[in-house]
Design a protein around this ligand. Sequence first.
Ligand SMILES: [Ca+2]
Ligand SMILES: [Ca+2]
Ligand SMILES: [Ca+2]
Length: 492
Amino acid sequence: MLTAAPWSSTGCAPAEHLDGPIGSDGHAVAVDEPDDEEGEGPAAGEASFTTREITRDLAYPMRIVWGPDGHLWLTERTSKQVVRVRPQDGLRTPAVTVTEAFQSGGQDGVLGLALHPDLLQGKGRDYVYVSYTYDVDPGAAVDRRTKIRRYTYDPATETLGSPLDVIAGLPGSDDHNSARLLFGIDQKLYYTVGDQGNNQFGRKCLSIRAQELPTAADVAAQDWAKYAGKILRLNLDGSIPGDNPQIAGARSHVYSYGHRNPQGLTFGLGGMLYANEHGPKSDDELNVILPGKNYGWPHVAGYQDDQAYTYDNWSASSPDSCESLWWNDYTPPPSVPRQQESAFSHPDFEEPLLTFFTVPSGYNYFDPACGFLQYICWPTIAPSSLHYYPAGNGNPAEAGIPGWGNSLLMTTLKKGALYRVKLSTNGESVVGEPVVLFKTTNRYRDLAMSPDRRTLYVITDTAGNTSGPTGGATTALENPGAILEFKYTDSN
Ligand SMILES: [Ca+2]
Ligand SMILES: [Ca+2]
Ligand SMILES: [Ca+2]
């Protein structure tokens, strides 16, 4: 069923949703950017797109990918389903319910999704990979872990069956699971594991393990507890690739470490791997991921600049025990040890390519406009996905959207927007300022593209907090649990 959005089919979102200048007819005016290296002219701005809500009221969609069957494949976190959606009319076909999945909190359930590139290619590898949290405590208590499972798709019944566990016993939490699953161009699985939300809120007395590395004994015992705050690289059968980096004397699934909450992961030109991750109050990061490198968390947020971040380790509180303390997001009690970023030193430390956003020390994080939802007004934007937008290589059929070639696209939860970051020709640096597009009163969770890369599909959270249409914070989402279509039209 096609549900019309308040702003659908007009080819123009209401002015209050747009960042750019508004023309006399109320439509946004494309903002010219400097020409890119290919001389394509100005990059297409949001005035060049029509918008449409394909469906809504999905059960917290987490991942959306374009399938070879012309359908959009999604995970729904709270229904525990993989669902296929026909983009023309929003028709939904559930492919499987992961009954073993456990979901009770705000960030657990059925999460990651990756399609094998041979899916529906007649090669006998109709495989779909899914990640989810499950409960290993047989009693009333809950003890989450995460599993990556492979299913086989049967096009006759349009269902996923023959479940086969790729890896089990990964860290699992109700917070900061990250859980982006990517099928690599090297036929490996890449998977992000967040810091589990430790050292904050209700988990303030659990230490962050992002700097802890598995030993050979851990690997032999298949003890994956130290995989929190890591990006993993796995063989398709779950084993450890022989060419994974040897870090601190042991080879494991760990590809990179020192991560907080990396929700975006994508391959760029020449196989370069990029990730983004949520910062604390400042310093969401965009990183180039290199094997064996240390991305600094929790000792460093963003650049190692001692600006507006210190590592306050609640679990090490003394003499007052952490359990006796009240959580405070701004000024911890004096018993909590505080470390400046400059106190950290590591030969494999990598700084980010870009931050969203770094603020000076002494920055006042309190904004009365956000009331009790202060975090919505913090400088971070909560990047929720990352997608490489390739250049067309001179082929007009692959030209995509003018000026967008060799960019990274990232969705954000706060401010409900798509950020487009132009890369340099070698992909190792950023060109100009990020461009903010398609801003609505929603939480954008992930993005898929049509094969011609001219139509973008964005999924939104079913509920939650985001930036209000005129600033401040709101819980009133415009398109809850929706797929929004942004279709490029070159008629402008
Ligand atoms: Ca239990
Ligand atoms: Ca970092
Ligand atoms: Ca910093």
